[in-house]
Every structure is written in C-alpha cells, then in structure tokens.
Design a binder for this molecule. Structure first.
Ligand code: PGA
Ligand code: ZN
Length: 419
C-alpha cells in the first residue's frame, strides 16, 4: 500500500529543474524516479508543466508540478495498492481531468507512476525488468548510439538531429557497447585529425561544424570501417532527422545547405541516403504534420528500412492507430513522458507489437541518472533502445544498467541483434 509520496526538484542533464518523486509503501519498500525532458518535442505530447516565472530558473522551474505531487496526487494515491499500477495511473489521470495532463502536469504524474512501479518491484524483491516483464523478460536491446548530434541538440548548422550506430552484429549487449565505444573513440580521433572540434552535444555525441548529413555520414561510415567493423553487417547506421523541426509551409528547410526540399524531394533525398549508406532505421524522416509524406516514404521504402514515428505518434496508442490504418511508419519510438503514465506506455507498446510495428525504447535529450528505460526495454522485450552516446553519465547510466541486467540474466540473456 502506498504510504508516502514526496516530490522535489532536481537538475537534469541540461541544468534545468525536473521532478523527482519518492514513493514509500507501508512495508517500507521504496521507489524513486526522475522525469526526463525533451527539446525537439512533438506538438501532441502530454504537457510538461513549467512555472514560467522568468525570475527563477529562466522560467523553467517545476514548483507547481512538485506541489501537485505533494498535494493533490499524494492525497489521491495514498492508501492505494502499489501493485495495481493501472488503478494508480487511472486515479491520477482522472484527477487531472484534461486530455494532455496539463492541470497537474505529465511530469508530476509520470514521476509518481514510475516511483510507484519501482517501489512495487522492491516489495516483490524483484528487479524492475522482471517485475514488469515477468520471467520471460530476457531480451537485451540493440543500442542505437547517437555519436553525432545536430538539430536542436547542438550548436552547429547540421539540420538532422541524430546520427546513430547500432551494433546489430554483436553477440552480446556488452560487446555491442564495446563496439560502439570503440567507434566513438575512432570518430573522435578522425574529427580531431581533420581539424574539427570534438565537443559534444546534449546527448553526448560529437557536434562538429558539419553543414550536411553527407558530411556526418561519411565520417561515421569511415569510423566504423577504421575501427575494423563491417558497415551494415556488424554495425548499421540509424538516423533521426527530427524533421518536424525544419518543416514549415509544406517544405523542408535545410539551413545548413541553404536550400529547401519539397515533400517529394525529401522522399527522394532520403532514398538517396538509403542507397548510399548502410542505414537500417529512419526516425521522424518526415514531419509530424506531413502525413502524405510519411505515406509516400513508407510505400517506397517501408519494406526495407525501419521507419520510426516519434513526433508523429507521441507514444499515444490512438495516434499510433492512425498510422497503422493510414499505412505510415512501421515502428514507434516510446518515450514515457510523451504520454505520462507507465500504464498508457505499456498499452502503446502492446498495440504496436500486435500490429507488427517495431518498438524503440527512448530517453529524452534532457535526462537524469534515472535508468528506468533500461529495465523497461528488457521488460517489454522490444529489442531496441536509444539512449544517446558513449559519453556523459546521463547516457551511459542506461547502458551500464543494461550491462548489469545482462550479467544478472547470465546465460539466459539473449541479445536482440538483427532481430
Ligand atoms: P528530444 O529528442 O528528447 O529533444 O525530443 C529526442 C528525439 O527527438 O528522439
Ligand atoms: Zn526523435
């Protein structure tokens, strides 16, 4: 039974305040969760409540969300059975009463939702991935490691947001991390050798002064080869252009190249990149409002590449249904704070799996030391996680947790690999 709920403000990886929640059960079990925060957010995401007082944290303080945790939410969930996650989550959603969780804040609600499941797992003396996923939870995800940052995550002219490597040919999760880290260091050397800076962006990937995707892709491809891996076979490339960020009035605006692309040209351009590089996954290659573009791209390439909807679906089962019925995308990015409760997130994952859509568990660009998504990726057996680069503890914390889970599962662990 939930006995105590405490919210507080802590800092995220960008130095902004975020909500952290402790839940204590009557048997003394405890759960703690900190809520992440996006920069390139989808229009239809659940609402992250920020105070907006310019005198404090530049308007980004979350005192109102914390007050909701310690006040209304604590009062409503105290006494509920922590094992009844659906009831706890429904109680908060109904208490909020708005479609986007804008009254109490999705950041307040998610903090309590995740702290509750962690406390319940502790009460059962089970690791989180097993408590949520059961005894069958033993699939370690392929990490999509974001080694070049652009877009809203870096201060460079690069229009695409993320250039990731996925060690699909690794035998184990740990070996996948080793391969990724080796390529990361090779890339650092080659960037420095070519006179580029090796500063990192919000997700720990390098953020050199690249202007085009081709430039970034050539460096990444060469780093894979120079480390001794076979591109496409050992390590494939995944992109998140985050195209909603540079789409307006029906055109994709490439500031780095100083040119526009129409929807048809965008589809052609992406096909060119697919032909030129060993790309296995494209996330948000089209904007959230460009459904026609999404459909064109899916018809043309959906049989040979993973097309992941992030902004277009916002982890919302209803929005996903539109994609399934409308024939666009073939995979979904899952970010807990886009929807705001664990129960709704699990329902979305379930709907995706039933429709044959692949699922990628994901961090946000603003993160903390919280590693819940690592456990959840194993719990739902989705086989893929994106949680940033091989630097910055807010990113590596998730990889490190997956290393521990793989160790704990021993020879029953399976690495998803090429799937
Ligand atoms: P965000 O970026 O957390 O800033 O939204 C991640 C993504 O777009 O996948
Ligand atoms: Zn994205």
């Amino acid at each position: 039974m939930i006995e105590n709920v405490t919210g507080r403000q802590v800092l995220d990886s960008r130095g902004n305040p975020t909500v952290e929640v402790d839940v204590v059960l009557s048997d003394g079990s405890r759960g703690r969760a900190a809520v992440p925060s996006g920069a390139s957010t989808g229009t239809h995401e659940a609402v992250e409540l920020r105070d907006g007082d310019p005198a404090r944290f530049h308007g980004r303080e979350v005192r109102r969300a914390v007050a909701a945790v310690n006040g209304e939410i604590a009062a409503a969930v105290t006494g509920l059975d922590a094992e009844d996650q659906a009831r706890v989550d429904r109680t908060m959603t109904e208490l909020d009463g708005t479609p986007g969780k804008s009254r109490l804040g999705a950041n307040a609600i998610l903090g309590v939702s995740l702290a509750t499941v962690k406390a319940a797992a502790q009460a059962h003396r089970q690791p989180l991935y097993r408590y949520v996923g059961g005894v069958g939870a033993r699939l370690l995800p392929v990490p999509m490691m974001n080694i070049v940052n652009g877009g809203a995550h870096a201060d460079n002219p690069l229009d695409f947001q993320e250039f990731m490597i996925a060690p699909v040919g690794a035998p184990t999760f740990f070996e996948a991390v080793r391969m990724g880290a080796e390529v990361f260091h090779t890339l650092k050397k080659s960037l420095a050798g070519a006179g580029h800076n090796t500063n990192v962006g919000d997700e720990g990937g390098f953020a050199p002064h690249f202007a085009t995707a081709d430039e970034a892709l050539e460096f990444v491809l060469r780093a894979i080869e120079d480390t001794g891996y076979k591109p496409g076979t050992d390590i494939s490339i995944c992109l998140d252009p985050a195209a909603s960020e540079f789409f307006s009035a029906g055109r994709y605006r490439y500031a780095g190249e100083d040119r526009d692309r129409t929807v048809a040209e965008q589809v052609d351009y992406l096909e060119t990149l697919l032909a030129r590089y060993p790309i296995s996954s494209l996330e948000d290659p089209m904007a959230e409002d460009d459904i026609d573009g999404w459909q064109q791209l899916t018809r043309r390439t959906g049989d040979r590449v993973q097309l992941v909807g992030d902004d277009v679906f916002c982890t919302d089962a209803e929005r996903l249904r539109a994609g399934i019925e409308g024939g666009y995308a073939n995979a979904i990015l899952v970010k807990l704070n886009q929807i705001g409760t664990l129960t709704e997130t699990l329902a979305t994952v379930d709907a995706a799996h039933k429709a044959g859509y692949r699922v990628v568990m994901s961090h946000r660009s603003g993160e903390t030391e919280d590693t819940t998504i690592a456990d959840l990726a194993v719990a739902v057996g989705c086989g893929q996680i994106k949680t940033g680069s091989l630097s910055r503890s807010d990113r590596t914390a998730k990889y490190n947790q997956l290393i521990r889970i793989e160790e704990e599962l021993g020879d029953t662990a399976r690495y998803a690999g090429r799937g």
